[in-house]
Design a protein around this ligand. Sequence first.
Ligand code: ADP
Length: 611
Amino acid sequence: MKVKNKKTKPKYNVFQNIWFMISLAWRQKEKKVIFTMVLLVLLGVSLNLINLYIAPTILNAIETKVSFSELIITILVFITALTLTNALNSYVNSNVLYGRISVRTEIISMLNNKCCRTSYPNTEDETFNKLTAQASEYCSSNNKATEAIWDTLTKLLTNILCFAFYSSLLLMVKPFMVVIILVTTLIGFFINNYLSEYKYKHKEIEAEEIKKLNYIDKVSSSIQYAKDIRIFGLYSWLTELYDKSMAALHAFNNKVESVYLWAQIADLVLAFLKNAIAYTYLIGLVINGKITVSEFLLYFQAVEGFTLLVTTIMKKLNTLKRQSMDISVVREAIDYKEVFKFAEGKSLEIEPNKDYIIELKNVSFKYPGKDKNVLTNINLTIKPKEKIAVVGLNGAGKTTLVKLICGYYDPTEGEILLNGVDIRTYNREHYYKLFSAVFANFSLLAGSIITNVAQSDNNINYELVYSSIEKAGLKEKIESLPRKYESNLNREVYEDATNLSGGEMQRLMLARALYKDAPIIVLDEPTSALDPIAEADIYNKYNELTKHKASVFISHRLASTRFCDRILFIADEKIVEEGTHEKLLALGGKYAQLFEVQSKYYREGESKDEK
Ligand code: ADP
């Protein structure tokens, strides 16, 4: 069932978003962003007023026949003021960039932090992924909302202050003129306002395509996909997908532009109306001798300026509204609801030598949006130092079980207890300290072998790194490399990166798990990429290395589970068989059947090799 996103209103309004940006700049010690904005507003207003008064004042001086020197002084004062204000304005403008960028990059790091630390289920939540894709788009350059809003606010405030001044000036001539201009512009504003919501209301369409484009970008440049792209000729599929998404994005943007065009047409018609009325009235006043020529010039300029001010205010208000919507999206991503407790949860000190018991009580689990449970009513206790193997067919739910134990998901029903306490009460980041893990899909950091083992660049215990690598059986290989432990990994970043084989990579992951030295080790089909000899060797290593720790081991090769104290066979959402390897063979059930199939395959494999 597809869940419709009915929400069209942004969660935060314009004032809340302006306040968010200002308080962020303040907290980030980028107060100069605010001060320069105020300074630019004052300079902008001064410039505008000097420009307004320069010609009428000079004309008035000529009209009233002031002395030549007085005239020259008047002109000089205006020109000097104009030059100085302009110069100062340019200087301040050229210095605002750094502070504004720094506020934007702070938002980017807040977003990155959210993505890295959010509850694991959020990483698979479509709404969250769409929001974060859009949010990073809105932080991606100088002209995006999270930086451009400063410029909008500066221009808006400048224009509003000038507007106040011009209004009082025009009210002195004829209040009705101000009313006419205001009414026509307000109508224009509301039309604009209504149409400008279009993009936000349809943001889902844009997000969908951006997500696809990001995916294509990632796949096209990823080493992981490079082989498949070549051998299966995936480039034409990728290009087609890219073209389709770009076409959809273009169509969407064209639609948005055409909607905005209507707003602009309405603007033009209304501006024409108000100018016609105001100018006719002013010309009438001059003809009837009610105002002097210099006054006419002042009011004429004021009307022209007033129209421009109101139009600019309208446009800037719309820009501000759109930018505020974008900032709202960014904030919605940053504030996205957490499933787990973090700082507000109880803290948990994990000590390497303490005994930890994990107990699953009547645990059922269903993936969000799915109708069927993956696991139903599971009861399982993992005792300190116990070695548990989890086996079963593909898709039986082994990884899901391990993910529940590790705290990546919370059960849909039932509870998981750590030494008798529901793990949901703890800070989840503390709970993760309980585990070291080797997953089939591992992540490789762009950094040295040392960084990859320590998973950090700070406070590294080098002796522990070397001994973990040695225990994992990787010492010889690494010491044969020109840069030894400093060798870089990850070709995506380092050209000179070392390519480790599948088996070596598994050993590296094992070294990483050993370095963490957590009380419980989780191994999820870590040998799937290995040849039988490396595999057997790794199994022996696991056996030896997990001796003093509890471990949960998912394996597709049943013989490898011999060293475990207990084997759980998962099928039909349940633990259907449980016991040692020998006990389960003697039982003659599903485990025994699967073992028979596998050993037959191996026997055949061996006899073929012998031939
Ligand atoms: P196993 O490890 O035994 O192969 P898994 O635990 O990976 O099985 O998967 C169990 C079932 O849950 C499968 O049907 C799989 O398609 C489904 N599944 C796994 N991960 C997800 C997920 N993130 N979202 C939805 N369904 C999933």
